[in-house]
Ligand binder design. Sequence first.
Ligand code: HEC
Ligand code: HEC
Ligand code: HEC
Ligand code: HEC
Ligand code: HEC
Ligand code: HEC
Ligand code: HEC
Ligand code: HEC
Length: 642
Amino acid sequence: MAVRPVLPVAAIVLAAVALGAAAVWTRTPFVPEERVAHRPIQAAADGYVSSTACKACHPAQYATWYGSYHRTMTQVATPETVVADFDGVVVDDVHGDPMRLERRGGEFWAEFNDPGAEGPESERPRITRRVVMITGSHHQQIYWYATGHERALNVLPGVYLIADGRWAPRSAVVLHPPNQAVSTVNGHWNAVCIACHTTFPRTRFDTPFLSEPIEQQAVDTMTGEFGIACEACHGPGAEHVQAHRNPLQRYALYLGDRPDPTIVQPARLDPNRSSQVCGQCHSVWEFYDADGERRANSDGLPYRPGDELRDTRFMPQPMAQRDSPALAAFVERDPAFVTGSFWSDGMIRVSGREYNGLIDSPCYKDATEAARTLSCYSCHTMHKTPDDPRPIAEWAATHQVSAGKDGNDACLACHDLPEDGVTEHTRHAADSSGSACYNCHMPYTSYGLLKAIRSHTISSPSVAESVQTGRPNACNLCHVDRTLAWTGAALQEWYGQPLPPLSADERSVSAALLWAMKGDAGQRALAAFALGWAPAQEASGTSWMAPYLAELLNDPYEAVRYIAYRSLRTVPGHAGLQYDYVAGREARVAAALPVLQAWQQRASQRTRRDPALLVADDGQLMVDRMMGILRQRDNRPLFLRE
Ligand code: HEC
Ligand code: HEC
Ligand code: HEC
Ligand code: HEC
Ligand code: HEC
Ligand code: HEC
Ligand code: HEC
Ligand code: HEC
């Protein structure tokens, strides 16, 4: 999508000078938080005192948290926090007519079709609103504008992709059926996103969301603090601060190694409750009933770190509770409640829901003693430790994985392997990517944020599971050039796993290519990701990949196209490929065709001729066979609730 300046360069320079002068006039005056009326505000209450109160006594923990993406998840829009350029920019191709962006001094404004209005996107009234809040600072920035009705927010029709430095329509950053609108209503942030993106959220509507038009009710949304701050994980801190402020009291309270009763240290909680501190946000959950939602809307979510999360929330666990009547009731109300988030065997398949994965893992559910129970803290730390030499930014960028837990030690802390090391178990050389526990037991089978992420359900590679659920197995996500039959034979020989019955395609064509060509949109996204994954490229070669990734540049799902393009650029010879994943079909075909043609032209020099990759003896692509498989694509609409 083109992001074009409205004016020729010279005019922009002049306009900038003029704006600069105007900025002196329009500079936003400082308004104390409690007097801000057009957006949600931060207000201390119920013992929540904010991170500022912790800084002086815990400078090290404060500094590591400050450098984490948790802190910047929700921010007020200011020149320091907004990543995208708003200065006289026009963004085409969003929902409805182009979105026009503008800086007014320190403020951010946009003109666009009102997403909160009724009717088709292109016919909705044009509105001009001030952007006041932001979601995200890591992969994406979503911008929220003041609707004009009290503190209710709604979302701009375009989202900014940070790494790409580009705008994309809101619907093109989530995996959802093409031609199905991604709806948004006034008050969306206040009612939904607030729960997992802030500390001590209080929606404060008169009635449950969507039960009455929002314009007819009070919207007095408040949080303890924007972003995920100290008290989201440690609980309200007033009593603790009070207790430690007085040196004598502090002496009287001296606890040695015992937990401090005035504050929660999550890693010290019992194994069930410790990871629930993370699970309050990193999970799929629902209110038990409308009454629970109503109370949470007015008083804030009742869960506090240290509580049992299930006391106040419904946590679906379809893998363990296949026949739960409670779950069936939710599915009856919302048919996609399970299928939008879980594989058919009940394993979680979306990102940001790692707690669901953890509690289904054998290392959690089959553990018999606290010391051997897996928790989020077995592998992650929320405060980089002093002995960890990495800069804070590097630790944050590598998902806050604890020092030394990015490799096999994460598992070997609890699992002994035979004397002669890992090879006897993994059957790969010790230094091979095929000997990394994570690669076989936590493969990239969850989807979210336009990428694949590691499954947080610890499981073992199994061809039978791939056949039954469609979930790619770890072996074929690295050996992307091999068939299911090949993997099945190795699993049988090495681990004694029985080989399940396979179809003709499954016996003769690479499994990754089958997922890429005839899987559902979620499988196609995972396969497209795997083809760009460095260990898979090393194990399987890249010379055969271009035609398949080029084909996916025209997938009906935008998210699949995006990932295919990113992977294709890592294949030698395609780094500079120009392509826009939200452009019209013709433009996309025009970008993909030369890739295919160039590949076909090199047929005679091709050394890798392999029927499993549909490369014939003459080096040419077996186009008819490919078309036959493509025609079997699973086109059932899929909306993954990442
Ligand atoms: C006036 C100083 C002071 C302030 C302010 C303060 N703390 Fe503490 N905190 C301490 C001291 C001293 C300890 C260690 C003593 C103890 O509890 O064993 C401690 C311990 C802790 C612990 C570890 C508890 C445990 O059981 O291991 C956590 C977590 C903690 N503080 C979080 C916070 C948070 C969050 C805030 C802000 C809301 C905060 N602290 C504000 C002085 C302070
Ligand atoms: C059930 C809790 C929950 C709710 C509700 C929720 N999110 Fe999130 N969100 C998360 C978690 C957890 C992550 C981190 C995922 C990751 O990094 O893998 C996240 C990450 C994100 C990111 C990526 C941030 C970045 O910096 O790149 C965006 C964007 C986002 N959410 C948007 C939304 C929007 C918009 C809403 C409301 C419509 C929403 N989320 C509601 C839990 C939630
Ligand atoms: C996302 C959750 C989270 C946030 C946000 C968070 N912490 Fe923690 N904190 C933890 C966990 C978990 C531990 C246990 C050790 C670890 O995992 O790093 C911890 C440990 C601590 C400790 C005890 C360290 C020890 O040696 O026992 C203190 C003190 C602390 N945090 C203070 C803070 C302060 C102050 C902030 C905000 C500036 C903060 N935390 C933000 C999760 C969090
Ligand atoms: C109040 C909600 C909330 C709580 C509590 C919370 N998280 Fe998060 N977490 C999020 C959101 C939202 C993000 C997305 C931030 C981003 O990447 O921009 C996130 C990001 C992360 C990331 C970084 C993801 C990445 O892509 O690098 C990790 C790791 C993580 N959380 C682990 C934890 C753990 C472990 C705990 C418990 C100690 C925890 N979180 C508690 C909401 C929460
Ligand atoms: C905190 C300790 C702990 C950690 C860390 C841990 N596990 Fe486990 N794991 C267990 C326990 C306890 C069990 C269940 C009882 C048993 O089999 O010993 C288990 C079971 C398993 C099983 C199933 C065993 C079976 O017979 O079905 C697999 C596979 C497994 N773990 C793999 C891993 C991998 C791979 C990692 C690292 C990514 C890992 N574990 C990390 C404690 C842990
Ligand atoms: C056995 C180790 C292990 C455990 C236990 C674990 N994680 Fe992770 N997690 C990892 C590793 C390793 C990564 C980085 C994966 C990668 O490099 O792509 C990761 C990545 C993440 C991410 C970022 C995903 C992304 O790419 O966007 C989040 C969020 C996260 N973990 C949250 C959690 C939460 C919450 C828990 C507890 C419910 C948890 N993790 C438990 C090892 C673990
Ligand atoms: C090449 C893939 C691969 C790698 C790498 C791998 N495993 Fe496994 N692992 C498997 C398979 C396959 C099984 C299932 C065997 C079966 O069907 O019983 C398994 C089973 C297990 C089990 C269950 C008990 C058992 O021995 O059957 C544990 C525990 C385990 N692995 C731990 C680890 C640890 C720890 C590492 C890293 C040092 C690791 N694995 C690396 C493939 C792998
Ligand atoms: C993350 C990548 C990765 C994963 C996962 C992986 N392998 Fe490998 N595999 C390799 C690499 C690299 C080699 C090359 C030799 C080596 O490094 O040991 C290899 C070699 C092999 C070979 C021998 C060489 C060949 O191509 O015939 C077999 C057989 C094999 N792997 C089977 C498996 C099976 C079965 C699994 C799942 C249980 C698996 N691999 C998982 C990377 C992987």
